[in-house]
Design a protein around this ligand. Sequence first.
Ligand code: HDE
Length: 690
Amino acid sequence: MTADNRTDKDRQLDEARVGFQDTALTTDQGIRVDDTDNSLKVGERGPTLMEDFHFREKITHFDHERIPERVVHARGAGAHGYFEVHDDSLAAFTAARFLTTPGLRTPVFTRFSTVAGSRGSADTVRDVRGFAVKFYTPEGNFDLVGNNMPVFFIQDGIKFPDFVHAVKPEPHNEIPQASSAHDTLWDFVQLQPETTHMMMWLMSDRALPRSYRMMQGFGVHTFRLVNAEGRGTFVKFHWRPKLGIHSLVWDETQKIAGKDPDFNRRDLWEAIESGDFPEWELGVQLVPEEDEHAFDFDLLDATKIIPEEQVPVRPVGRLVLDRNPDNFFAETEQIAFHLGNVVPGIDFTNDPLLQARLFSYLDTQLIRLGGPNFPQIPINRPVAEVRNHHRDGYHQMTIPQGQASYHPNSLGGGCPAVGGEGAYTHYQERVDGNKIRKRSESFGDHYSQATLFWNSMAGWEKEHIVAAFRFELGKVVHLHIREGVVRNLNQVDHDLAVMVAEGVGVEPPAGAAVPNHGHGSPALSQDHDPVQTVATRKIAILAADGVDAAQVEGVRTALTTEGAVCEVLAARDGAVRGAGGEQVPVTRALNTVASVLYDAVVVPGGEASVRALSEDGDAVHFVSEAFKHGKAIGALGAGAELLEAARIGSPPEPGVVTGAEGDLEGFTSAFAAAAAAHRHPARDSKRIPA
Ligand code: HDE
């Protein structure tokens, strides 16, 4: 971030930032320390003395370094940035200034997360991803605490502890870590059919994002916008990534979890460090209040989407993440999101999941961050002024002046004053009813939208969903649980249920429970209108001594110009010798990486190089595995021999691009197009032993 586009939040954080350049080591009391490597002892070999205050302070602080991890969404990564609205057209619907003031740059901090795994778990597990954005608006903080899937597992928040207990590692042996493939989760799922729609999303590739920068975000619930006249409009929030929506494949994710458990976190960090600032478009679906009951589902039911074909997503503004945190704990770990943080112009609905969340976030943060003053932690502080009568508590960081800490008061001149311009007023909604523990009948259909999702998938997406169900249920020990899930799936689609049943040793259902309604929503498919670009894609160039240095350079220059990130990989680090004796610098040694960490691979020519690579099991495996995962593979001239060694040269397969020695330009443009397509699922890859 350059000096002139610093946000108000950034300037505020300066007050808390501490540098260490050219400083001396001190105790917490500011006393300079003469030795931090040897404790104070009686004699050189003697016992340590209690009076060694530096030793005691150092150890005590260390002993207390850990705070509880988040009960869900413990594993996350975050970044600073800003939000800018395109125009003032939402002013008819909301009074929120950050949504209606063009030119206003609202600082944000965004945290992405997995849900089930603990803080040290791998990034690429099958899971929902959290997508939480804190907007530091001039009217106070607004938190949009969403996920990368538009629906949720349950309809009423009172079920949340049950759901989370079921998905987390099992209580007797704390197995498995960060995985839904176990008995308790699927037991809950089979008995709680409202989970069906979300389970379709979770079994789809949406649960395996290639990058946080390439996933959608959703507010999930129906919220309410309220305009200056107090008129309400229902709203669903959407985030759309500029780089398109792209996923990994399951085999790849499992391998990445070992090769680089920080894969998504690293990707976000590196993109921002290299100036490829991740960007999303905020969109809204607006529903007039009079249309509340115009749908065949309930707007208050968080297991339902509003199909985009029914209510289009209207673009609102852009979110850009352009600065990594200075300190993970101080910022990413201590940030506290809360659905209840709203600004004038945004309000809630009676969605019972939303209502429960309104209680939970503040409650959990009181224990996680150790008391009621956590809003004073730098990353949580609003840029708007904070003045109230809250006092005392652990870690009070301000020095409230004056005698009056109550309202009304005369001793403080009546201040801080209540009301006035910009004060939040709750939307006035008339509600009548008896107290009752009951689910509304309008929440009763658990299958139609699961079917809608299934019907909307491309062929390869359906294959991945079936494979995911087979994998997950294959890990479930109790047969009756597998059977229960298949029974539910037969309510979604008969073919789906049969395909899953056949893979997991369950008797396939004889006939459809209900006929498939046949409707789809094209926008739900990742195949729908995909964004195709090589920008920020990681491309491996395999080389050994004797490589054609001009080709390496030509490929690298062409792809880098289009925004790709190219790395030369060889058996050893340093450099390889080009065919003409040139030094070709190596970015990484093959033993430190793997094909799963790249989006595409190129094998340049140079006979000696290709011969050496063809005899190197790691290089051959690299190419085979990239093929298996549907990645673009390019070979120039003699490079094609490595494809033969990997058994993928012929017959021609989608996304495998070969080029003649002299046709660098034709090759790079065909290869770039293949890499931009992200993956080529229509390949015969089952035969590949990788
Ligand atoms: Fe959360 N959720 N949640 N959740 N949630 C938390 O708050 C909860 C739900 C979401 O990066 C917790 O500070 C309940 C839906 C995100 O810090 C906790 C229910 C959606 C994050 C909590 C839900 C979310 C959380 C744990 C059902 C998507 C991480 C630590 C009624 C719209 C935010 C914390 C971050 C975190 C409760 C359901 C998103 C326990 C009770 C639906 C992105 O308060």
